[in-house]
Write a protein that binds this ligand. Structure first.
Ligand code: UD1
Ligand code: MG
Length: 452
């Protein structure tokens, strides 16, 4: 752990018009989490750390997302969009609290890691006044170029201000910076707006630090880690990079992914030991999978807790609020929402279970439907342990089926059923002997049977 205290300021103002979306840019998602949440999760946390997020005016949605991701975050509003240095100063109150290290990051670079934040802070402890995260860009167009002299960082030149020679530089500013807390505010306040865009550029901090006789340096990272998102194409590219990372992490942790490139994971997926995931599975946010569970092909799972040794799919859809107990089985073409399926219960075929509690070892037959919605409200179905629900039954909620009870196939159950009782709701079967023979004879009289 770093003994120095830190303040991280994440800049999240700006609409991101090139996304062509009504959703603010930083609330777009990668691996089931907003871009902003990714950055806030990677930012230093725990004892001795503070966090500030700068949002645009009337952006309660962004501020709310920030606080959900990091309840310790303070939010500040940048009323006029006058550049990155101006945005940092919107959080002046937080800076004035005086942390040892001041980190600045952008809310639209979701691939940044906690490790990189730690690496960036390290030179501060050795006397650097400013450390800038750099990367070698395949195409540096548009990025600020890092002008260096040996180990020293001399200046950051924005594309619009750079000379032809400076534009040849491929070492670029990733946008993440770490300032020594004792001089940070003085340096950032000294930044003027004497540039072609009349903005206050945070990047001018490098030259100011040098003029003050202090040291600025660079830490390099991979381009993939600092890709900023401005367009939907870049969003898709970040998703691909993140999925590759998550699959590698899952494999390293011992998860069996039969065809990793076909499985989509979320940033917060939790795996137990000896989990197997077959091809073409999509895991949304909030999924945990217990030891030895198997997720068969083509299943789609969101906000669900899966117990150890459970089996899901193929073709299962588990929606938010689902919890499967130990050894529970959910088979093909089954949809489950807001339901607890206790240990060893089976829901094997073509079924909808919503707003329900299913007891241990209950057996839910093919085609069972919990009728949970009356057009206005949702109602609950409770099924006791060991109950047996015959195929093609409709359970009209609110309704309770007792432990060990039986429901005859095809029943529409509207009243509670006692423990161990049989409930049957269907017409008596009528049988007419040899009816088929007589029917065919009557039809065939006077004409030939149609052949196909
Ligand atoms: C910035 C850097 C550039 C770097 C690049 C990396 C500056 C001046 N330039 O350029 O050196 O190579 O990022 O991607 O810092 N923002 C605000 N308020 C403002 C302006 C910006 O909150 O007034 C936020 C944006 O929402 C964004 C971030 O700051 O998250 C960066 O702003 P952006 O306009 O994208 O800067 P770039 O031109 O990409
Ligand atoms: Mg940018």
């Amino acid at each position: 752990m770093n003994a120095r205290t830190s303040l991280t300021i994440v800049l999240a103002a700006g609409e991101g018009t090139r996304m062509r979306s009504s959703l603010p840019k930083v609330l777009h998602e990668v691996a089931g989490q907003s871009l902003l949440t990714h950055v806030l999760t990677a930012a230093p946390s725990g004892h001795g750390t503070a966090l500030a997020v700068v949002v645009g005016p009337d952006r309660d949605d962004v501020a709310g997302a920030a606080r959900r991701a990091r309840p310790d975050a303070r939010t500040f509003v940048q009323h006029d969009r006058l550049g990155t240095a101006h945005a940092v100063l919107a959080a002046r109150d937080a800076i004035a609290q005086g942390a040892d290290d001041l980190l600045v990051a952008f809310g639209d670079t979701p691939l940044i890691s906690a490790m990189t934040f730690a690496r960036l802070r390290a030179p501060l402890a050795n006397g650097a006044a400013l450390v800038v995260l750099g990367f070698r860009a395949v195409d540096p167009t548009g990025y600020g170029r890092l002008v260096t002299d040996g180990e020293q960082l001399v200046a950051i030149r924005e594309q619009s201000e750079a000379s032809a020679a400076e534009r040849e530089i491929t070492l670029c500013n990733a946008g993440v910076m770490a300032f020594d807390g004792t001089t940070a505010l003085k340096v950032i306040e000294a930044i003027g707006n004497a540039n072609s865009k009349n903005e206050f550029y945070l990047t001018d901090a490098v030259e100011i630090v040098r003029k003050m006789g202090l040291r600025a340096s660079v830490i390099e990272t991979d381009e993939d880690e600092v890709r900023g998102i401005n367009t939907k194409a870049q969003l898709a590219q970040a998703e691909a990079i993140m999925q590759t990372r998550l699959r590698e992490a899952a494999l390293t942790a011992g998860v069996t992914l039969v065809a990793p490139e076909t499985v989509y994971l979320a940033a917060d997926t939790i795996f137990g030991k000896d989990v197997t995931i077959e091809p073409f599975v999509v895991l949304g946010p909030g999924v945990s999978i217990g030891d030895g569970a198997v997720i068969h092909a083509f299943s789609h799972i969101v906000q669900t807790k899966i117990g150890g040794q459970a089996s899901v799919g193929p073709y299962a859809r588990l929606r938010p609020g689902t919890s499967l107990g130990m050894g529970a089985k959910v088979g093909n073409f089954v949809e489950i929402k807001s339901a607890i399926i206790e240990d060893g219960a089976k829901v094997n075929h073509l079924t909808y279970i919503g707003d329900a509690h299913i007891g241990a070892k209950a057996n839910i037959g093919a085609g069972t439907i919990t009728c949970n919605y009356d057009g206005f409200d949702k109602h609950k179905t409770t099924i006791g342990a060991g109950a047996f629900i015959g195929s093609n039954s409709s359970l009209v909620a609110p309704v309770t089926i007792g432990a060990g009870a039986y429901i005859g196939s095809g029943s529409v159950i509207t009243k509670d059923v006692a423990d161990n009782a049989l409930a049957l709701e269907r017409n008596q079967q009528t049988v007419r002997d040899d009816w088929g023979t007589r029917f065919r004879a009557a039809k065939a009289r006077g004409r030939k049977p149609k052949t196909t």
